[in-house]
Write a protein that binds this ligand. Structure first.
Ligand code: UDP
Length: 247
């Protein structure tokens, strides 16, 4: 369970916290060894969680629910909430990797296409030479959940990144987290595509203007529908807030 102030957006919990908070938690959890689940919440995920109980329960039970979308920050502002900044899953992953590097942790990657995860693994090893990249499995593998879990445990993974897209990554962790001996988990969507160089991050100007989502939606026809989800998300969230009052 989260220790932060929780803000409910369309009844999905998001934590009011900064990147600095998460960084501190990674270190202070070291002695305790609790399982930390870092998960992104964005407008698409909120709309999906409304219909998908497994995803909703996974988010409810996660320890760190980051506001990974400017839509969430805006809705929070319009409803006089406290979420002031966006924490992107990509930036958070970099922080987790830096933590792993500094503390020589064992890292396992699961998800994305075979060539993407292999290249991302290589790039991570180059950029974070002090962490141990103990294994990776692509997201189209024929291995069973049991075999994947066994591999992660055999390799003594401390940190598992799951890159299967939503809702697969949340569903996979819901089914398997209890059997895993790792203590830090992050759902990372398409981060390995960016880390491998297969997908470019939006140009800086789009990132600065908080329009990275727009750039990614228009540059990938498969994601174009997401633009139309945004007004639906805003309308539903504001209406939910009107009916349910304060956060
Ligand atoms: N992915 C996967 N297995 C699947 C479907 C998707 O490993 O069965 C990977 C995909 O290769 C990509 C990541 O999940 O690296 C995110 O996929 P997508 O863009 O569909 O998800 P989103 O970015 O919308 O969360």
């Amino acid at each position: 369970m989260s220790k932060y102030k929780v803000e409910r957006i369309l009844n999905i919990p998001v934590d009011v916290m900064t990147m600095e908070d998460v960084k501190q938690d990674l270190v202070s959890n070291e002695a305790v060894g609790d399982k930390l689940t870092l998960t992104s919440v964005n407008p698409q995920i909120v709309l999906m969680a409304e219909e998908n109980d497994t995803v909703k329960t996974f988010i409810e039970n996660s320890t760190h629910r980051i506001a990974d979308g400017i839509g969430l920050v805006k809705v929070s502002g319009w409803t006089k909430g406290d979420i002031k900044e966006r924490v992107t899953g990509f930036d958070l992953m970099q922080e987790v990797l830096s933590y792993a590097d500094e503390h020589h942790k064992n890292v396992f990657l699961y998800g994305s296409k075979p060539e993407v995860v292999a290249q991302a693994a290589k790039n991570i090893e180059t950029d974070y030479p002090e962490l141990n990249l103990v294994g990776w499995i692509d997201g189209y593998t024929k291995l069973s959940d049991k075999e994947i879990v066994q591999r992660m445990n055999e390799k003594e993974a401390d940190i598992v990144f799951v890159a299967l897209g939503s809702p697969r990554q949340e569903e996979w962790l819901s089914r398997n987290m209890d059997q895993l001996t790792a203590t830090i988990f992050q759902t990372i969507g398409g981060c390995l595509d960016v880390l491998s160089g297969a997908t470019k991050r939006a140009p800086d100007i789009f990132i600065k203007l908080n329009l990275e989502w727009l750039y990614r939606s228009v540059s990938n026809p498969k994601r174009l529908y997401r633009i139309f989800q945004l007004p639906v998300f805003v309308a539903k969230s504001l209406s939910w807030h009107r009916k349910n009052g304060k956060h």
